[in-house]
Design a protein around this ligand. Structure first.
Ligand SMILES: Nc1ncnc2c1ncn2[C@@H]1O[C@H](COP(=O)(O)OP(=O)(O)OP(=O)(O)O)[C@@H](O)[C@H]1O
Ligand SMILES: [Mg+2]
Length: 293
């Protein structure tokens, strides 16, 4: 159930408060929310941990945040947030419920659209089903300040459509060469379908800063050499038992243990400047629909 009191307040009031006074926002509000895609190519790098923490932190700052778990059929953002959604993307695709009614409220008032778990039909949505989903999500863009999309592993056409449509991409990778290689492949694909995408990279679950720097150097080296450009290095998140405890407790580490090494590092990631400017030139889900064709 959407908390009406929260979501009926004038749009963008929260962001205006963030930036102070009545300073006009930099772009046209009618276009809807800012959108941040979180992806990695490889599985298990920490995308959902980062996505759920960013969504909670941004919501705690007063922003109206929608977290979309786009790991259809293998969703787990709801587990990390301690939620038991009644509906998921599958119900929206089938038209059983309106997108707004499929949302569930999480920590700090963030809203989650779950990707659904274990239903075969959901694991490989067709282009037509994705088109139905994107069309259903389009009106929600007007209701939120920030939409964070947590992608699953791989480079399926659903993910590529998002990459083509987004203005802002956050790559969450690990220091291992396998993760760096898959993230490089994702970055290459993203910049091929969307040359202007603003991309930041985080090296997550890293034992030491030296290893994070070495991973970043490797990524940047390959990117600069073969593509002639590279993402912005946002920073690294240490490998931290506080994250494991928070997963066990089903509460984001940035809320339960904000002073832990991972909690502090993730807060820094949540303050990455381009998230405040992540608005597309046209409605995001319209662009994503077009990219599906
Ligand atoms: N900084 C960290 N320190 C310690 N453990 C971590 C850290 N980040 C993630 N993990 C662990 O890694 C696990 C996988 O993380 P997560 O589910 O976020 O990965 P993912 O990239 O979303 O995976 P998938 O590709 O399957 O969606 C978490 O359950 C958590 O136990
Ligand atoms: Mg995930």
């Amino acid at each position: 159930m959407i908390d009406k009191a929260r979501y009926d307040k004038p749009r963008f009031g929260a962001i205006r408060r963030l930036f102070g006074g009545d300073r006009p926002l930099e772009s046209d509000h009618s276009l809807g929310a800012r959108v941040l895609c979180i992806a990695s190519g490889k599985g298990g790098t920490g995308k959902s941990v980062v996505a759920t923490n960013l969504a909670s932190l941004r919501a705690s700052r007063g922003e109206k945040v929608l977290l979309v778990d786009f790991d259809a059929g293998l969703a787990n953002a709801h587990l990390l947030l301690g939620l038991a959604p009644r509906f998921d993307m599958g119900h929206v695709i089938s038209g059983d419920v309106e997108a707004a009614d499929a949302l569930i409220e999480g920590p700090e008032g963030l809203m989650l659209l779950s990707g659904g778990v274990g239903r075969h039909a959901l694991a490989n949505p067709t282009r037509r089903e994705l088109d139905r989903l994107f069309r259903a999500l389009r009106p929600l863009e007007q209701e939120f300040d920030l939409v964070i999309i947590d992608h699953g592993a791989g480079l399926g056409y659903g993910t590529v459509a998002h990459l083509a449509a987004t203005s802002t991409l956050l790559i969450v990778t690990n220091p291992e060469v396998t993760a760096l290689s898959d993230s490089y492949a994702l970055y290459k694909r993203a910049t091929m379908v969307n040359p202007h995408v603003v991309t930041g990279l985080v090296v997550n679950r890293c034992p030491t800063e030296a290893q994070a720097n070495a991973g970043w150097d490797r990524f940047r080296g390959a990117s600069e050499r073969f593509l002639g450009h590279s993402p912005e290095y946002i920073g690294w998140v240490p490998s931290d038992d506080a994250v494991l405890q928070s997963v066990h407790e089903r509460r984001p580490v940035s809320l339960t243990r904000p002073q832990s090494p991972a909690g502090v590092a993730i807060r820094t990631v949540s303050e990455w400047g381009p998230i405040d400017k992540a608005r597309t030139s046209r409605a995001f889900y319209e662009k994503a629909r077009k990219a599906l064709r």
